[in-house]
Write a protein that binds this ligand. Structure first.
Ligand SMILES: Cc1cc2nc3c(=O)[nH]c(=O)nc-3n(C[C@H](O)[C@H](O)[C@H](O)COP(=O)(O)O)c2cc1C
Length: 377
C-alpha cells in the first residue's frame, strides 16, 4: 500500500475509534482495560492477524530507526509501563506500530491492587486517574510466563517494590527490589532493558527514593548486581528542579543508562485538570495531559545536564506526532505513552510513525538522532 494511502487509512481508523469511544467509555475502566489486554493477547497469538495489522498500518522508516545501547529500535514510540502489567501484549504491539514496550511494574511479591476504584477517566481533562499501587502477579509469575517467549521488538521489564506492610521501611524496600532483580537476572529472560520504578505515588508507607541518600543506598545495592541489561530509572515529575538535580548527581555516579520523565501527576489542582472532573474522583494520581508540561521541562533539564551521555525517554501526555516530536527536540531519544492510546485509539503509534518523518524533513533532519535535543538552547 502507498504511504499516503496507508496514512489515510490509519487516520480513518482513528476517526472510527474516536466515534466509538463514548460507548467504550460507558463501561467500567478496569473491566474494559482487562478485556482489551486479554483481547490483544488473543490477537497477538494469531500470526495472520499480526500480518494483517502490520501490512495495513505499519511503514518502516530508516529515518526513525536507532541503535541505542546496543538495542535496535525500529521506531521511537513505546508502550509505557502499567498498561501491560501481565505481559500479554508483547506479541501484538510491534505489529500495530510500537517500537518497544515495557511490562510491569512487577514486584517481588504479587499485589491484588489498592481498594477500588483503581482507574477513572477525566475525558475533558484528557487524563486518567490511576490508583493501582502496583497491581501485578509478582516476579515469579512473569519469569514463568516469559522464560521461553519469543519477542518481536525490545521488551523492557519494570521493577518496583512490593506494595505491602512488610516493605514499608527503606531497608526492607531495597531488599525486596533487589530480590526481584535477582530472580529476573537468574532467569535470563528475553527482556532488552530494565526500568527501576522509584516514582509510584500510590504505595503503602512512606518509603521514598527521592532524598539523595536514599537513592544512593538503592543504587549501591543495584550496582552490586552487575545487571546484564541496560537500566533506566523511572523518575517523578512531582519534584522541584533543585531536588531533581540532586537526584541527577547521585544517578551520575552509578552505571545508570537512562532516565524516564516521567510518572504520574499528583497535583489535584493542576491547571490542566478540570476541577469539576477531579471532584468526581477519589484517591489516585493523574496521567495524560496534566503530566505533559512538567515531563517536557524535566526532559529538557536532563538534556541540559547530561546531553547525550544519558539516554532520556520522554513520557507523559503524548497524543500526537507533534507531542512526541516536542519531547524528541527537548532531548528524548525515545517516547512512551499510555493515555494517548486510550483516548486516540490503537492506531496511535503507527499514526505517529507515519507523520514523524515529515516533521523531521520539514526541520531539515535526515534522521531522528539529529533532532534529539535540537530544541534545547
Ligand atoms: C493505568 C496506568 C497504570 C500505570 N502503572 C504504572 C506502573 O505500574 N509503573 C510505572 O512506572 N508507571 C505506571 N503508570 C504511569 C505511566 O507509565 C506513565 O508514566 C504516565 O501515565 C504518563 O504517560 P501517559 O500520559 O502517556 O499515560 C501507569 C499509568 C496508567 C495510565
Amino acid at each position: 500500500m502507498l504511504v499516503s494511502m496507508k496514512r489515510l487509512f490509519v487516520d480513518f481508523c482513528g476517526v472510527v475509534y474516536r466515534a466509538l469511544r463514548p460507548v467504550l467509555f460507558l463501561t467500567n475502566s478496569e473491566t474494559i482495560h482487562e478485556f482489551l489486554v486479554n483481547f490483544g493477547g488473543v490477537l497477538g497469538a494469531i500470526p495472520p492477524v499480526r500480518c494483517i495489522f502490520y501490512s495495513l498500518w505499519v511503514k518502516e522508516s530508516q529515518t526513525l530507526a536507532q541503535n541505542i545501547l546496543g538495542i535496535e529500535f525500529r521506531n521511537p514510540i513505546g508502550l509505557a509501563t502499567g498498561f501491560d502489567y501481565k505481559a500479554k501484549l508483547t506479541r501484538i504491539l510491534p505489529f500495530i506500530g510500537f517500537g518497544f514496550g515495557t511490562v510491569g511494574t512487577i514486584t517481588n511479591n504479587p499485589y491484588e491492587g489498592n481498594p477500588r476504584p483503581m482507574l477513572g477517566r477525566l475525558v475533558k481533562s484528557r487524563a486518567l486517574l490511576v490508583n493501582k499501587g502496583f497491581k501485578n502477579d509478582g516476579i515469579d509469575a512473569v519469569v514463568k510466563k516469559f522464560k521461553n517467549t519469543e519477542t518481536f521488538y525490545p521488551v523492557g521489564l519494570s521493577i518496583g517494590k512490593t506494595n505491602s506492610k512488610e516493605t514499608a521501611t527503606q531497608e526492607a524496600a531495597i531488599a525486596d527490589i533487589i530480590a526481584a532483580f535477582k530472580k529476573a537476572e537468574a532467569a535470563d529472560l528475553p527482556f532488552a532493558y530494565y526500568e527501576l520504578n522509584i516514582s509510584c505515588p500510590n504505595l503503602f508507607g512512606n518509603v521514598s527514593f527521592y532524598p539523595p541518600g536514599n537513592l544512593e543506598a538503592l543504587l549501591l545495592a543495584v550496582a552490586d548486581l552487575n545487571l546484564k541489561k541496560p537500566l533506566f530509572i523511572k523518575m517523578p515529575i512531582t519534584e522541584s528542579d533543585e531536588d531533581v538535580m540532586k537526584m541527577f548527581e547521585v544517578i551520575h555516579s552509578f552505571r545508570v543508562d537512562g532516565v524516564i520523565f516521567g510518572n504520574l501527576q499528583k497535583d489535584r489542582s493542576h491547571p490542566d485538570l478540570l476541577p469539576e472532573e477531579v471532584a468526581l474522583h477519589g484517591k489516585g494520581n493523574f496521567s495524560g495531559k496534566p503530566t505533559e508540561k512538567r515531563s517536557n521541562e524535566l526532559i529538557k533539564l536532563a538534556y541540559k545536564t547530561f546531553g547525550k551521555k544519558l539516554i532520556i525517554i520522554g513520557c507523559g501526555g503524548v497524543f500526537s506526532a507533534e507531542d512526541a516530536y516536542t519531547k524528541i527536540k527537548n532531548g528524548a531519544s525515545l517516547v512512551q505513552l499510555i493515555t494517548g492510546l486510550i483516548f486516540m485509539g490503537p492506531q496511535l503509534a503507527a499514526q505517529i510513525n507515519l507523520q514523524l518523518p515529515r516533521l523531521l524533513k520539514k526541520d531539515g533532519f535526515k534522521n531522528i538522532s539529529e533532532a534529539i535535543g535540537a530544541g534545547v538552547k
